[in-house]
Design a protein. Structure first.
Lengths: 343, 316
């Protein structure tokens, strides 16, 4: 409530200042105090309105409220994951746990098969990401530096690959994988990504394309005069200059593969012939399985296990959070500087 | 590539033409893996899906048995199927509200962050955080706990407002607020893209406009918005595609109306589960879905494709 109160006070002050004569005389114990209206007005509204106190206050309060909206589910998750069962059973208990209870995490760790799922997750996210980056660089460089017939057509097709809903594309792919008996194998991830059809490939292409496009051509031309061929120029000159963008693409691809539970549950969470359990249970899949197993129990059990569930959710995104806070410069600035939409 | 290099050395005469063809060839060599991939993994599936959408097709063992039935699937989808039309209607209602809302929000936030704001980096990190962790099980978990909604309907003031205004708009507002947090969570990347665009605007244009007597409000509509149009388009495409592909948002929507399924999931159940109507019908639904998304994107493209500046002749 307090932000609204502050806003109210400031607004009332501003109104008083605008509608009262100059100077204002306030009677305090020590005698009358003269307030120079013009000076106060300048502080409140500023020279330009945007540098006044009123405006600034509004902006910061708005930012805080919005960040709270953004962070609320996370805060909720963290607090719930630390609640003992006593709190969960008591519907009157508030948001804050009565005591910190870490057993939830131990239980969630066991239920998820954490270390194994973590290892699987890393592999499932890393391998296609590497292919995404390699093919992304090649394709982006080809489009950015060479002229060839039908270039515009291929470019349009690139955009279409982004727009077509995965629901449509995955129908025939599913049929092929079923036919080739690939369902449940990691090849369902590697095959498309090694040919530039990985998850969100067009987006990474656009980032790399606009970075290559902005490199000065002169550098490459001088290398050509010195006798370098296209491949040498690509590897020795162009690639080293786009390393920041490559890191951005790497991180994004990794994160999105990590989070992509839909594809995983379709292609990977399947028992292959001759095995008794799916081989590639990633963290999101493990989480989903755990959620489903809880659904089979009664209403009361679901409520009691909320803490464990939230701990499991937190554990499943923990690697991403660590990754993000360590490398956030590359995530945020990478998109900002790449000029993905420019020109 | 070695061959090509040798050729140009031995025959120096038609150098220009050779050079051009060499460029063609190297360009195609660079994008060759992608071309192969796009033909196998994207174009061919689309063609196939298009064909099967006119067929009655089912899996028989590991192969597909198809009989051509013309428009039967499409007729069934709109006339007989009870779930699909409602799903499409819900989806359209949602996305028509959510995309403009999220774009406006992203533009607002990015304009605030583009000013001289303290802790700029921290705000950016916070607003971008959800884009990193958003994933199916995580969001569905948070959603089932009710921590992603700001409910208007349950609130006294909210329900009073909703009951006053006409039903249709009331419904739009409820849709918006039910998934407010979720929609905002997806705005991380649009905010960054808008920020990048805003940073490229030339400050002198604003100064010139101010000298000519334009207010901030005017310069926003006359300078900022037009120069951001290409960014708005990119973000609109991003939001439409993301919201359409993520089943989460619609899942929440359709839960009240029909069942707890998104369109994507409904399509998938047609061919993965035994109760579905088979492969051909799934393809048909997929094609309809694609058509709707394309139409929607086309609408934004019509408005926001940057127009070529017309050169006015003869002064003024």
């Amino acid at each position: 409530m307090w932000p609204f109160l502050i806003v109210l006070v400031v607004l009332v002050l501003a109104a008083i200042l605008i509608f009262t004569p100059n100077p204002i005389i306030v009677k305090l114990h020590g005698g009358p105090v003269r307030i120079n209206k013009k000076k106060v007005k300048k502080v409140m509204l500023g020279m330009n309105f945007t540098d006044g106190l009123v405006y600034k206050l509004f902006i910061y309060i708005f930012l805080v409220i919005v960040s709270f909206i953004f962070l609320y589910p996370m805060i909720y998750m963290l607090l719930t994951s630390l609640k003992p069962q006593m709190d969960l059973a008591d519907s009157a208990s508030g948001l804050l746990p009565s005591s910190l209870y870490f057993r939830n995490y131990v239980e969630a760790f066991k239920q998820l098969g954490y270390l194994k799922a973590l290892y699987k997750s890393i592999i499932v996210a890393m391998l296609p990401t590497l292919f995404n980056v390699i093919i992304g660089c090649l394709t982006a460089y080809g489009f950015a530096r060479f002229n060839f017939p039908l270039k515009k057509l291929w470019f349009a097709i690139m955009i279409i690959t982004y727009i077509v809903p995965t629901a449509l594309i995955s129908i025939p792919r599913y049929a092929w994988y079923a036919k080739l008996k690939l369902l449940g194998s990691i090849l369902t991830y590697i095959l498309p990504s090694s040919l530039g059809q990985g998850l969100c490939f067009a987006l990474y292409f656009m980032i790399l394309y606009s970075t290559f496009k902005r490199l000065p051509v002169q550098l490459e031309e001088s290398a050509r005069i010195d006798g370098a061929n296209n491949l040498q120029i690509f590897f020795r000159i162009a690639l080293p200059l786009v390393i920041p963008s490559i890191i951005t693409v790497l991180l994004f691809s990794f994160v999105w593969y990590w989070n992509d539970s839909e594809t995983a549950s379709m292609y990977l969470n399947i028992v292959k012939a001759g095995q008794d359990a799916p081989r590639w249970i990633t963290l999101p899949i493990a989480l989903q399985n755990y959620q489903n197993s809880l659904l089979d129990r009664g209403e009361r059990e679901i409520i009691l296990y909320q803490g464990v569930k939230m701990a499991a959710v937190f554990l499943s995104i923990l690697p991403l959070l660590v990754n993000y806070f360590v490398l956030q410069r590359f995530f945020v600035e990478g998109i900002e500087k790449s000029g993905i939409a420019g020109e | 590539m070695n061959n090509v290099v040798k050729d140009s050395k031995t025959s120096r005469k038609p150098f220009r033409l050779d050079n051009k063809k060499r460029e063609w060839l190297s360009g195609y060599l660079f994008i060759l893996p992608w071309i192969i991939g796009v033909c196998i993994f994207t174009l061919w599936p689309i063609i196939q899906a298009f064909y099967y959408s006119f067929c009655e097709a089912v899996f028989r063992g590991n192969s597909i048995v198809a009989t051509f039935t013309w428009f039967e699937n499409f007729k069934y989808a709109f006339a007989t199927d009870t779930k699909f039309p409602t799903m499409i209607r819900e989806y359209l209602l949602e996305i028509v509200v959510q995309v403009p809302f999220s774009l406006t929000f992203a533009l607002l936030i990015s304009m605030i962050l583009n000013q001289n704001i303290k802790l700029r980096g921290m705000w950016r990190v916070i607003y971008f955080l959800p884009a990193i962790i958003i994933s199916g099980p995580v969001v569905s978990e948070l959603m089932s706990q009710g921590s992603t909604t700001i409910s208007v309907a349950s609130d006294n003031i909210g329900s009073a407002i909703v009951s006053i205004i006409p039903e249709f708009f009331g419904k739009l507002i409820t849709i918006l607020f039910d998934k407010l947090i979720l929609v905002l969570w997806y705005t991380g990347i649009p905010i960054l893209i808008f920020l990048a665009g805003l940073q490229r605007l030339n400050k002198q244009i604003y100064e010139a406009a101010a000298i000519d007597g334009a207010s901030k409000w005017q310069s926003f509509w006359k300078i900022t918005l037009p120069s951001m149009s290409s960014f708005i388009l990119v973000n609109a495409v991003y939001m439409i595609v993301t919201l359409s592909n993520s089943s989460l948002i619609q899942e929440a929507a359709s839960s009240e109306a029909t069942s707890t399924m998104s369109i994507a999931q409904y399509i998938a159940t047609q061919y993965t589960s035994a109760t579905g109507r088979g492969y051909g019908y799934a393809c048909c639904l997929g094609i309809i879905y694609l058509g709707i998304i394309l139409l929607h994107i086309g609408l934004y493209a019509l408005i926001f494709v940057p127009k070529k500046p017309r050169v006015k002749k003869g002064g003024r």
